[in-house]
Design a protein around this ligand. Structure first.
Ligand SMILES: [Zn+2]
Length: 219
């Protein structure tokens, strides 16, 4: 999971096509029912384990997996400050056609915390499990990320982040090599999974910071 490196925001176009093919959704304006373009994708981001991210500069490959729990708690705290800004119009504004609003990114990160907690639990309980699929595009649309309440999202994000951090805390030294497989066949150990995971919320904080600048508000 993670944002695409550039351009190809396939997901939204696929969804838009899905809506169009059905003549829009009944009783609602299709545009208000398809709130994304989700600038994220679950497939091609394993390269972040090999080299620095050209967008946010994060070097996931150099992270000590045993630090991920504390990095996660710090990240969740940063979202709290951001989501409790009084100017909610800013939180709901998209800086451009290819990026979500701060609120939408926060909803995504909250859901990433949940999904990764489930995946980590699975990896610790079973040998080489295959993760259930997660359609991020559908989550954004069905979860109405665009209409969420910032205060509720802040609380949910923190709760989910703390749950996942607590689970990372339980990983014993002999468990970092346990494996799991994503739907596309990508193989992770708990160690690479942890490194891969932590890039996502870091990257999206960077997206939000850049978005605020683009919106004319660097605060
Ligand atoms: Zn990045």
């Amino acid at each position: 999971m993670g944002p695409r490196p550039s351009g190809g925001h396939i997901g939204v176009f696929r969804f838009a096509g899905w809506v169009a093919a059905r003549g829009g959704l009944a009783t609602v304006d299709p545009m208000s029912t398809a709130p994304t373009p989700p600038p994220i994708d679950d497939k091609d981001w394993t390269w972040v384990l090999e080299r620095p991210c050209p967008e946010c500069g994060f070097e996931a490959g150099t992270v000590d997996a045993s630090d991920v729990a504390s990095m996660l708690r710090a990240n969740a705290a940063e979202w709290q400050d951001l989501l409790r800004r009084p100017d909610t119009d800013r939180l709901r504004a998209r800086p451009d056609a290819e990026h979500w609003s701060a609120l939408e990114y926060a909803c995504h990160v909250r859901d990433v915390f949940e999904i990764y907690d489930q995946r980590l639990a699975l990896m610790l309980a079973e040998d080489g499990p295959h993760y259930p699929n997660w359609d991020q595009d559908a989550s954004a649309v069905e979860g109405r990320y665009d209409q969420a309440d910032p205060g509720e999202v802040a609380a949910q994000l923190m709760a989910a982040g703390l749950r996942l951090a607590a689970r990372f805390d339980t990983v014993g030294s002999y468990q970092w090599a346990r494996t799991g497989f994503r739907g596309d066949g990508a193989r992770f150990t708990v160690e690479t999974f942890a490194r891969y995971f932590i890039h996502d919320p870091v990257h999206h904080l960077d997206d939000v910071a850049k978005g605020f600048v683009a919106l004319g508000d660097a605060s």
